[in-house]
Design a protein around this ligand. Sequence first.
Ligand code: SF4
Ligand code: FE2
Length: 635
Amino acid sequence: IQASHPKSVDITAQQMIFKAELDKVETVWDRHAAMQPQCGFGETGLCCRVCWKGPCRIDPLGNGPKVGICGATADVIVARNLLRSFCVGASAHTEHARHIAHTLYELSQNNAPAYSIKDEAKLIDVAKRLKISTEDKEILDIAKEVAEVSMADFGKHHGEFAWLNAVLNPLRKEKLASLGILPHNLDSVVVNGLSRTHVGSESDPMNLLLAAARLAAADVSVMAMGTELSDVLFGTPMPSLTTANLSVLKKDAVNIALHGHNPLLCEIVCDVAATMQEEAKKLGAKEGINIVGVCCTGNEMMMRHGVPLAANYLSQELTMITGAVEAMVVDTQCIMPAVVETASHYHTQVISTMDDNKIFGATHVSFHPESAVEGAKQIVRLALEAYKRRNPDKVDIPNHVQQAMGGFSYEAITAVLKKLDNENPIKPLIDQIAGGNIQGVVLFGGCSNTKVVHDFNYVTMSRELIKRNVLVLATGCAAGALAKSGMQTSQATLDYAGDGLKAVLAALGDAAGTAGPLPPVLNMGSCVDNTRAVRLANDIAMTLGVDLDMLPVCVSAPELMSEKAQIIGTWAAVIGLPVHIGVVPHVTGSSLVTKFLTQDMEEVLGGKFIVELDPIEAANKLYGEIQKRRQKLGI
Ligand code: SF4
Ligand code: FE2
């Protein structure tokens, strides 16, 4: 099976890749080509730079060194490198959640005037799950307690790990406890992981892998905190229609692209831009200010406000190649340093906003929750200034508008199910799975990666699975890819779903009051939002009285690259799910690590990694895993 284009299957991206060549602007694909061949020692995880006696590298094939200068074996080097990467991924999630929890706390102290509790019911639900009593308490007092309990989780040395308890089902918690890998807090698990990889520290590769599993359990907990507290502050997503791909940029508007991951900034920029439309029109931008999203900041806005999504990770530069982006406003994570160079060919103003995520060459507007509105105004003004410098000759916006329905939070899905069974909303879902109309569920997550034709694996695999009555959920850049490719529409259900799944989605569409069936790919949000799916899976498992390792549920990250995606994949396996990845991980230099991740892990934890680069074959393998689990359940 061949992709329709060597770089991307997003037709608007294809157009802009062509324009980039004409404009003589380098893109991520050019840099990928210039990097070939990539270092084999790095690819296999066999390069160690832990100390300054090194770098050392193990020769996996020939007669070169089999241990580093200190004596570290291939297994130790690979396991240590892996644990280090996971620590970085978990740190990114930790900082994300910490910002949100801290803002909730400041709000409860009346120190964050731009913010409010947008979803009180969710706050009360969160408080209950964190075992905080809410009776006779003012809403801001509950917010304060929820923020305090959350912040305490970061450094707690005794007592309960509140978010872990809220995320893991009791059976899984017991399992991890029996293996001695139940984490007690967030920060010290990362520090512990890093300390174990210091030169001359741990040299037992299995124990390093168990540390990685423990870290993964902490990571899933902190991700839940990030998502759920964001819902409290900004509202829990509900289904809404929007558009996705580069066509969402408008020729007659001041286009502001918001890129990164953290909803704290973009929410306020949206609010402020709404009040400054007239200023844009005065400059000649007939359609005012047009906010579009890139990457997961884009997913956050798409989920909660139906803001159009322009690009996922790999097409971020291409938004500016349209020549129509006034400001590329970035917060944190997955922002290519190259955006500054791309912007320099056009009039685009790159604006960094976080004091601990500055982008060299960008204009920095220091953004703080306490003075959020002023910061957002400054950002919008910079965009208005940039509009005056726009060169109309350089503007070329693709015209392939693609509709997409987002907003399928856990609450949104259960609200639809409640219309079918108010008492026990999870029952209709279980009935459809047991009856076979839904064979199983695959959650797509992860990034985009130049090693894979952009979006190709997502589109190919999801169509292949949907055809076989597998319901698809998606987050992060996977959700972006599947929005841009039309897989989040009623039409996609009619075009691609198997008969069983089609019937279920039609019934759910009726219940939800949408114009047609629900889409076959339910967009659950940004990459931090994967725990929405975990909550749903836990509901199913608990109703059946089994753990997640019994459910016909799999995870796939067919185009992953980031350290965050690596740790997400790991926790998915640690909580008992088969996890497909479509890129070869940097572990193949160690047969011990490779075998643990792809085989032995399943015996201990129920989940494992499946590495498969061919998307059709990958879909076959996941379908096979689903069937194995259906058999175990006796359905
Ligand atoms: Fe080499 Fe050991 Fe230092 Fe790594 S820790 S660079 S293997 S001497
Ligand atoms: Fe993301």
